[in-house]
Design a protein around this ligand. Sequence first.
Ligand code: 4AD
Length: 573
Amino acid sequence: MSTYYIDETAGSDTPGNGTESSPYQSLAFAIFTHGDVKLLIRKDPNTPYDEPTQSSLKKAKKGAEGLEKKRKKADEQAEREAKEKAADREKREKLLEESKKIQLTEDASLPEATKAKIVHLAPLRSKRVRVRGWVHRLRDQKGIMFIVLRDGTGYLQCVLSGVVAKTYEALTLTIESTVELTGTLQSVPEGKTAPGGHELTVDYWKVLGAAPGAEDAFTNRLNEKSDPSILADLRHLVIRGETASTVLRLRAAMLSAFRDSYAAHSLTEVTPPCMVQTQVEGGATLFKFDYYGQPAFLTQSSQLYLETCLPALGDVFCVQESFRAENSHTRRHLSEYTHLEAELGFIDFNDLMTHIEAIICETVDRLLVNESTAALIKQLNPSFKAPSRPFLRLSYVDAIKWLNEHNILHPKEDAEGNEVKDAEGKAIMVEHEVGDDIAEAAERQMTDIIGTPVFLYGFPAELKAFYMKKMKSPEGVDSKHVFTESCDLLMPGVGEIVGGSMRISDSDELIAAYKREGIDPSPYYWYTDQRKYGTCEHGGYGLGVERLLAWLANRYTVRECSLYPRWPGRATP
Ligand code: 4AD
């Protein structure tokens, strides 16, 4: 007879197997599993194995009977469930077989249906309509099918009952399939809600493009738990979602509102090239490529071209992609972004900031007075309030003081720009000094504490691009610094959304600036000509569309505000 071992402390019923090296934990389990066998038991590994006492055997036998009963019950339950499943399957197969015999035909005696987009349905209530779109949501309630249809213009609740819910197509319908639904549009009964306040009672319908079910079903490819890299790979499917599509819709409305604001200020829209042979914001962030054997770049900014438009068209603006080869993985940097830029002639620095403030506020106002765009903002950013004017203006020098007063420090750097660490390897933090570039973290902390839009202006020339007009040094400030008529507009939660400046209007001064920056002036002949043939005081700015949208729609990152965002390592889809 084989012997089985039980260790009441160190043993385990499962996955134990009753051998000396892997003993069971309970006597009852050993009896339940092996019946009448030789058993040896011990209290713990420090006690020797011994035969069980009569009384403990008796107790254990009772326990084993209980276990046997439990097993039987579980077996019966499993059998019942298997039977039920099989019956369900059979029932469904029968139903599917039956359903194949049902062929829907449109009832010719019904009034003719009007084909319409969901957004245009309200005037068609109580009429027969035909809509096409994607199955956004699907629910079966006791043989009645509820479809939420999405056609890109809106959502429509559709109800299928009776024969239209019994066809093979109805029984096998999956979300994201395309369908055409025809029926009568009815106001929803009192106390019920549906998008648009109406629903479609379907009398005829068909599937136009079935989406897969089972393993390849939409919800298996993408759901709330998908990790960020999957979401990035499947951006083409993500944009079908309610939030992502609302952000894109608001983006379209925002650009349209900007165009209206510019029209009201008599700025003309132009479309400058993306392929260029001059830099604007420094060589470090240029994407270079081969252009018929010549070096060329993807544009960083259309500013220089806009400047050339002033004598031709007056004040101008553009909505153009800009490209930055920055190895920044922050939530506000993209490698390609939509750049809204404007240029204005015969203005001064104060006019420039007043104009930027006016364009942004008027655009936000336009979005808020329009009921449908206001609803998009409310959906994404319920607590959004239009900023009040005028925006706070804080000079760069005062900002440095402000940061130090608020104990917002920055890591100390050596001459090569490397962080200096203390004995424990921690970065040594030091106060800001005039001449320091205010880092993103410090800038964001400051904006968030202030809590309103802030114009930061008058940056030192060495921190800014070659084309910026110099400003007289503020009184009492160390004269070793030359400041510029430049401004960044900072928004709470996002940081810098606009960078602008007055431009050097004097030809000689511009040539000196090329030299200082080590820029070969020859490819810039057209830009220099601007100062030669009738110069004027002028200035402009660039606004990051995705950043403004992130602020307006309360998005965590600008990546959510671009149709197909690009960042280091990502250019797909
Ligand atoms: O401050 P920036 O570099 O200014 C210029 O390019 C000027 N030439 C514009 C002009 O005066 N016409 O960029 C302007 C704005 C920034 O404030 C920011 O909103 C956005 O462009 N921006 C970016 N947005 C997303 N990803 C990036 N990598 C960005 N770099 C700049």
